[in-house]
Design a protein around this ligand. Structure first.
Ligand SMILES: Cc1cc2nc3c(=O)[nH]c(=O)nc-3n(C[C@H](O)[C@H](O)[C@H](O)COP(=O)(O)OP(=O)(O)OC[C@H]3O[C@@H](n4cnc5c(N)ncnc54)[C@H](O)[C@@H]3O)c2cc1C
Length: 359
């Protein structure tokens, strides 16, 4: 097979979006080439991978969680088998309820029949004695989980490398052209080029008309000597077990920032909150930052470019890549393979009136 006949789709970016889309498209029988250059600001390799069904100050049910979570679990468990690695971890989440209003709202929500399955009747703090600072009350979310993005992304990349189906380089827009309505990249024709660039999509001349509102997030990895616990804890910051005595602690969220580097102010903010949450000493191992592909209307950006030129996007996973990516990678695959319509909340057709040509 010649170089020019080899591939069906080119996927740009191998974060969780590009990885899962490559997975489902390959499973549907397509030949996929990936272009990815790791960037410091890319978020999947830094995310805690939390799936939390009950979120926000009002303890709202996360959008579509009843469909997203079971499908995410099924997908990640299948990938565990395929790669013989550990990706999925069921982890309940303990949540501090510092005021009477928080406590009332928590229990009010727990009484709704469609919320009840996610709420433990009582928070179980066994094993946390002497570790967490006392708070007024705790709630416990059942059915939360943690997804090990780095394990999955690294295993998937190793396979792409072995199969010679990845170009480890920056995508070069000067090498993109069009022949008879189809994209050609570096002399290779494709049925489509699918951009999964995360927050770097703001630099994409074809899709920068979409209302991305990227946010910078910073977190710490700490060692808490002598401490191990299996649950996640949310009290000012979220503390997520990474194995042994190591814990992920985060994350800050900033709309305005000058660079993608960890900042002393945000480190201070994280440390203050962690000191307020823990009774035990800890040691900071690393402090990191990344940029989330957050968007104006908090719904994924999926679909084809308005020019009908064979360019597509799968992005806008925001703060919820772990739960959104599996379901919507499959949803998008069905759209590409069988022509099933995209859900209108995620289809980028909703922003078509913003497009005035590439630039
Ligand atoms: C601190 C922090 C904590 C988070 N915690 C969670 C969490 O607990 N749970 C959760 O669900 N989500 C979390 N998120 C959000 C989550 O990380 C994102 O939703 C998700 O990872 C986005 O994945 P993506 O594949 O769209 O983008 P990315 O992960 O950014 O991947 C894009 C990839 O494309 C590459 N790329 C981009 N442009 C080019 C180009 N021109 N050429 C070549 N390669 C390119 C990048 O280098 C990268 O490899 C967190 C984010 C941050 C920052």
């Amino acid at each position: 097979m010649s170089r020019s006949e080899k591939w069906d789709y080119l996927i740009v970016g191998q974060g969780i979006a590009g990885t899962l889309l490559a997975h489902f498209l390959t499973r549907a029988g397509f030949r996929i080439l990936v272009v990815d250059k790791p960037h410091r600001s890319a978020s999947s390799m830094k995310a805690a991978g939390i799936i939390n069904p009950i979120t926000g100050r009002r303890y709202a049910k996360s959008w579509m969680i009843g469909q997203l979570l079971p499908f995410a679990k099924k997908t990640y468990l299948e990938l565990e088998q395929e790669f013989n690695i550990r990706i999925w971890q069921d982890r309940n989440l303990l949540r501090a309820l510092p005021s009477i209003q928080d406590e009332n709202e928590w229990w009010r929500r727990s009484a709704f029949p469609d919320f009840a399955p996610w709420f433990a009747s009582e928070a179980d703090l066994a094993g946390f004695e002497g570790i967490l600072k006392p708070v007024r009350a705790w709630g416990e979310t059942i059915g939360a989980a943690q997804v090990n993005f780095p394990a999955l992304l690294n295993a998937f990349r190793d396979r792409l490398l072995k199969e010679k189906s990845i170009l480890e380089e920056e995508f070069d827009f000067d090498k993109l052209s069009f022949e008879e309505g189809n994209p050609v990249y570096d002399a290779m024709p494709f049925k489509g080029v699918i951009f999964c660039e995360g927050a770097r999509a703001v630099k994409n001349p074809w899709f920068n008309y979409l209302p991305f509102v990227p946010t910078k997030g910073e977190y710490l990895v700490v060692k808490i000597p002598g401490v191990r616990f299996p649950k996640m804890v949310k009290n000012g910051v979220t503390i997520v077990p990474l194995g042994g005595e190591r814990f992920w602690v985060g994350a800050s969220s900033r709309f305005e920032y000058d660079d993608d580097l960890p900042s002393p102010e945000q480190k201070e903010w994280l440390l203050n909150r962690l000191v307020k949450a823990l009774q035990v000493p800890f040691e900071v191992l690393t402090h990191e930052a990344a940029i989330r592909p957050t968007v104006f209307d908090i719904r994924p950006f999926i679909g084809r470019h308005p020019d009908g030129n064979g360019l597509f996007i799968f992005n806008g996973l925001g703060t919820k890549g772990a739960s959104l990516a599996p379901y919507f990678a499959r949803h998008f695959t069905s759209h590409l393979v069988e022509g099933t319509p995209l859900l209108k909340e995620v289809d980028i057709v909703r922003f078509e009136d913003r497009y005035n040509g590439p630039g």
